[in-house]
Design a protein around this ligand. Structure first.
Ligand code: NAD
Length: 508
């Protein structure tokens, strides 16, 4: 891969090809920098409070028209969007790498996830099924129908700048809603690109109501306007548990719907029968991939004492040799952290671990010689005697805490003894352990895997987690129900008016 002469020029050209209006990325108040080398690549304009409110009002109007379009036709718009994404995959994937620092295969993988959810949503547009329910009254029919909510507000995190939004949007649109999206303030460019791509699909569709999909740029203040607006029926917010603690109660205050997708502190249990080489690869990708910046990144490893010495030396060697570099100019497997704050948080967690007497392998900044700044770090393994201190919290960086266990029950107890409940794995060839892990008394997470890592979910399953991860579900399975309101209809086609439960109210 050739190093671009100027990343800003490269980015401007890329955004132009993707259809983004040049005026949107020049001369604004907010500097956008690339974590790959710390350089400024664009300046975007934050939306004012009045502009955000106007976008919500327009979305509300659009939703009133859109809800009357039959669902399979709404699916046609999403089908066209999927086609446009296929055409834009290389450019949008590269933009993800520039704006977030993901290695090329992960940038492209994110766009593939968008394409996959579009395909899923197109099928879904003919399957928004309700139930027919037996009624106790003669000459009556009872059924369940599903209806659009209105405006869906999407607040997204920096680390999946486009995929998570597309999970929400593809479903929200086929379900008959309008969408207002506030991307992370760290990733406005990919959001503007997605909007431009969506507009191409809308044009081919023959036009859509104005305001059906809009992007509003800014920091949390913009998100708060969406959270507090009575015109936003559902807010789907992805980010830290800290953000969820602020957003959740505000939405509850006005009885609004919410889908909260918050932090994770994901663990894997390595049992005596584990296939060690397979475990090694799964742990390496789960813990070091995306530089530890996935909500599902593997952060805790609970290893049986009999296989500790078979696994740990191989793992330490993998950590010491993994390639770290600029994802735009090298074939490295690990790119940069998003910014200085992320680096400082990693350093603090490692310092706290050392104070506890932990054995630390790796950590610290790596000079990748790319002429810029960028926070490139060596992923770290922290071996502890017990699960304590920083191991109990999510640090959004490539730190893998490792502890030993002897009894499976203790491993399970340790596994579930943290606040977050997103993703989990067990590595075992023992059927009893595998079944127990995925049973009622096993993992308390939204995702529980056997012999694969904690990260890299497919769109077909419902995605989300329990406890401090917020309880929301997005993407596949029946997650679409979160974007609609359920109605129970009872229809009397008889000549009598029997009351339920045998109640009589005879006016004589
Ligand atoms: P963040 O919480 O700092 O920001 C996320 C988004 O919320 C941003 O758009 C931000 O502007 C907005 N925001 C923050 N405070 C707000 C408020 N009070 N009101 C309205 N909006 C507000 O998170 P981040 O650093 O961008 O992302 C990393 C975090 O996201 C990690 O904790 C990670 O685990 C989590 N995450 C979770 C999932 C999931 O599906 N569970 C997916 C991706 C990331």
């Amino acid at each position: 891969m050739d190093k671009p002469l100027s990343l800003a020029t490269d980015t401007t050209e890329l955004l132009g090809r993707l259809g983004v209006d040049a005026a949107l990325i020049k001369g604004g108040n907010r500097a956008v920098t690339s974590p790959t080398d710390g350089s400024e690549i664009a300046r975007v304009h934050d939306n004012s409070e009045a502009e955000v409110k106007a976008a919500i009002t327009a979305a509300r109007k659009a939703s009133l028209e859109w809800r009357d379009v039959p669902a399979p036709q709404r699916g046609e718009l999403v089908r066209l969007f999927g086609e446009e994404l296929r055409a834009a995959k290389d450019d949008l994937g590269r933009l993800v790498s520039i704006e977030v620092g993901k290695v090329p295969s992960e940038g492209l993988g994110e766009v593939q996830e968008m394409i996959d959810i579009c395909d899923f949503a197109v099928g879904l547009s003919r399957q928004l099924y309700g139930l027919t329910i037996a009624t106790e009254r003669p000459g009556h029919r009872m059924m369940e129908t599903w209806h659009p909510l209105g405006v869906v507000g999407v607040i997204s995190a920096f680390n999946f700048p486009v995929a998570v939004w597309s999970w929400n949007t593809a479903l929200a649109i086929v379900c008959g809603n309008a969408v207002v999206w506030k991307p992370s303030e760290k990733t406005p460019l990919t959001a503007l690109a997605c909007q431009a791509i969506f507009e191409k699909a809308a044009k081919r569709f023959g036009g859509v109501p104005k305001g059906l999909l809009d992007v509003v740029i800014g920091d949390r203040a913009v998100g708060e306007i969406m959270v507090d607006s009575p015109d936003v029926a559902l807010v789907s917010a992805t980010g830290s548990t800290r953000m969820g603690r602020e957003v959740g109660p505000r939405l509850a205050q006005r009885f609004a719907r919410s889908i909260l997708e918050l932090g994770g502190n994901n663990a894997g249990i390595v049992c005596p029968s584990a296939d060690i080489d397979m475990t090694l690869n799964a742990v390496a990708f789960g813990a070091m991939g995306t530089c530890g910046q996935r909500c599902t990144s593997l952060r805790r490893l609970i290893v049986h004492e009999d296989v500790y010495d078979a696994l740990l030396p191989k793992l330490r060697a993998a950590y010491e040799s993994v390639s770290i570099g600029n994802p735009l100019t090298s074939d490295a497997l690990v790119g940069p952290l998003i910014d200085r704050d992320a680096f400082e948080n990693m350093e603090k967690a490692l310092a706290a671990s050392r104070e506890m007497g932990a054995k630390v392998t790796g950590g610290g900044q790596v000079d990748v010689d790319n002429g810029g700044e960028g926070y490139y770090v060596r992923p770290a393994i922290v071996e502890l005697d017990e699960q304590a201190g920083p191991m109990l919290q999510e640090t959004f960086a490539p730190i893998l805490y490792v502890v030993k266990y002897r009894d499976f029950e203790d491993a399970m107890a340790m596994h579930n003894a943290v606040g977050a409940g997103l993703s989990s794995s067990i590595f075992t060839l023992n059927m009893r352990e595998a079944e127990l892990f995925t049973s009622d008394s096993g993992s308390d997470c939204g995702i529980a895997n056997v012999n694969i890592g904690t990260s890299g979910a497919e769109i077909g399953g419902a995605f989300g987690g329990e406890k401090e991860t917020g309880g929301g579900r997005e993407s596949g399975s029946d997650a679409w129900k979160g974007y609609m309101r359920r109605q129970t209809n009872t229809i009397n086609y008889s000549t009598e008016l029997p009351l339920a439960q045998g109640v009589s109210f005879d006016l004589g």
